[in-house]
Design a protein around this ligand. Structure first.
Ligand code: S3P
Length: 449
């Protein structure tokens, strides 16, 4: 929901070895999709391991507002009684997606080809983020939009009464845009085609197929061409949500930089469209292994084991990998601070339109903590100081961005002086158990200015 109440200042101090098992929560991307597709199937979808973070809870509330019966059975077990493709009721009130770009963009897509009118809003961060990237393709289906200047929320979408299928090339690498178009295509007759020049996370395609939609992906000279046949009857599913690699990243990276650490992070989704960070860390010399590799619910899964890595080296990160680790650049920049040499990150303009401008937020906070950072519109370079040589000592602004807040708290675990964040409240959007989980491994995070 909009706003996170009073700011919660937090700080993190140097700690002894991090050890033990980190059971991180369910995958945020998959959790949103499970609720939304569950609401678009006829009958009961059962979900275990759902992420019960604020972002996903906002999507659950939204699905109820559209007429689905969404029930929390406790312990991450949920059920959704869906209303079928084209069966959404018009919500009586404004849909508040809080901090969640994924939630709002996917739901906009899902409703845009139904004859209902919906007003969307969010918190101060979400209401600054660009929505035209979604409403432009939705207009091609016949949906109409009225929003604030610059395509910002709050925004009202009038769903298409007689939707037509669309062929659309996504102009920016964005799984949210791709997914919004595919979800809109569900209630359009005929075939909707989405083309992405750079492959982004494919959870929507995998889950749509699981629900019985006919969806194909083909790699061509144009890029990846995804074709969906509209107006299927979606069959309810039993979904086990794998644990979130983007949350695992914080425990893994903390273990790599805190001397003596040895942490196991079990059951992590390692879909290749998500796992770029782990490849990058290994290239930097991280002691990181995959154990017990397997397939669960159509997604590759493994247990990650991360140990302190004294000799991390700065590298040039392959820009072709950007989409597969887009949410992990903030925490990578923290690891880069403890590496020797420069870590160069290019082709990452999208980082400027996340929950915050993540290049600016991290560069400012790292500099305040004694780390040199250079930046341009779509690139940045962190000049590593090496193990044991990051000064720390500053309090950083988290800009309503969970990943910025967690990244700086990890920095403080290995820096020479405490590192603070002005507001750790947003952490609850994706990783509500971050503090107790990190404390259980041996971290020293405290609340208060
Ligand atoms: C997501 C896609 C990415 C990512 C976000 C989750 C998704 O956003 O940053 O956290 O679940 O589809 P973009 O599609 O804007 O790259």
């Amino acid at each position: 929901m909009s706003g996170h109440g009073n700011p919660i200042p937090m700080s993190s101090a140097k700690c002894g070895p991090l050890t033990g098992t980190a059971n991180v929560p369910g995958d945020k991307s998959i959790s949103h999709r499970a609720l939304i597709l569950g609401a678009m199937a006829v009958g009961e979808t059962r979900i275990t391991g759902l992420l019960e973070g604020e972002d996903v809870l906002d999507t659950a509330r939204a699905m109820r507002a559209f007429g689905a019966e969404v029930t929390d059975h406790g312990g991450g077990a949920w059920s959704v009684h869906g209303v079928g493709v084209g069966g959404f009721a018009e919500p009586e009130n404004v849909i508040d997606c809080g901090n969640s770009g994924t939630g709002v963009r996917l739901i906009m897509g899902a409703m845009a080809t139904s004859p209902i009118t919906v007003t969307f809003t969010g918190d101060a961060s979400l209401n600054m983020r660009p929505m035209a990237r979604v409403t432009d393709p939705l207009a091609l289906f016949g949906a109409q939009t009225v929003g604030r200047v610059g395509g910002r929320l709050p925004m009202t979408i009038v769903g298409a009464r007689d939707p037509v299928p669309v062929r659309y090339t996504v102009p920016v690498p964005s799984a949210q845009v791709k997914s919004a178009v595919l979800l809109a295509g569900l209630n359009a007759p005929g075939q909707t085609v989405v083309i992405e020049r750079e492959a982004t996370r494919d959870h929507s395609e995998r889950m749509l197929a699981g629900f019985g939609a006919v969806v194909t992906s083909e790699d061509t000279d144009e890029g990846r061409v995804i074709t969906l046949t509209g107006q299927p009857e979606l069959t309810p599913q039993t979904i086990t949500v794998p644990r979130d690699p983007s949350s695992a990243a914080f425990a893994v990276c903390a273990a790599l930089i805190v001397p003596g650490s040895d942490v196991l992070v079990p059951n992590i989704g390692l879909n290749p469209t998500r796992a770029g960070l782990f490849t990058t860390l290994r290239e930097m010399g991280a002691d990181l292994s995959y154990e017990n590799e397997r397939l669960e619910g159509g997604e590759p899964v493994a247990d990650l084991r991360a140990r302190f890595s004294q000799d991390l080296k700065g590298i040039e990160v392959d820009p072709a990998r950007a989409a597969s680790m887009i949410d992990e650049y903030p925490i990578l920049s923290v690891v880069a601070a403890f590496a020797t040499g420069a870590t160069i990150m290019r082709g990452v303009a999208e980082l400027r339109v996340k929950e915050s401008d993540r290049i600016d937020a991290m560069a400012t906070g790292l500099r305040a903590n004694g780390v040199e950072v250079e930046e341009g519109e779509d690139w940045w370079i962190v000049h590593g100081r090496g193990h044991g040589a990051v000064p720390g000592g500053a309090t950083c602004a988290s800009h309503l961005d969970h990943r910025i807040a967690m990244s700086f708290l990890i920095l403080g675990m290995a820096a020479n002086a405490d590192v603070g964040v002005d507001d750790g409240g947003p952490i609850a959007t994706s990783f509500p158990i971050f503090e107790p989980l990190m404390a259980g491994l041996g971290a020293n995070i405290s609340r208060g200015a």
